[in-house]
Design a protein around this ligand. Sequence first.
Ligand code: THU
Length: 129
Amino acid sequence: MTDEELMEKAKEASKNSYSPYSKFPVGACLLASSGKTYIGTNVENASYGATICAERSAIVNAVVNGEREIDAIAIYGQKMKMCAPCGPCRQVIAEFKSKSKGTKVILEGEDGTLKTFDIDELLPLGFEL
Ligand code: THU
């Protein structure tokens, strides 16, 4: 599974976004240690704080299917290049980072090329128990 393929799936997933309040559709697709991929999208709510981000919905999708380690996650915002994960999503990604490889976060840059970061770079000194 290439970074480009993961980003394509994230783009596809953003089409199912439920974002009537912000009108800011986001999609995510993660590659789990099993080799399987899991998509997610943002799901908003009239009680705004109950909104679930695309990254966390992809992670919940993976975890309920038995996954525990994320090798990579691509994130796509239809209205924003370099749609970087919010703070709480960084913390949730870090919870499931691959113990041996870390987790690669894949974003689409201004020029359309993919930029990759390690989750530890995006969340230095993250809280862990
Ligand atoms: N959102 C995500 O899904 N992921 C992010 O990393 C940033 C924000 C969503 C939440 C909300 O539905 C909308 O984008 C605007 O904040």
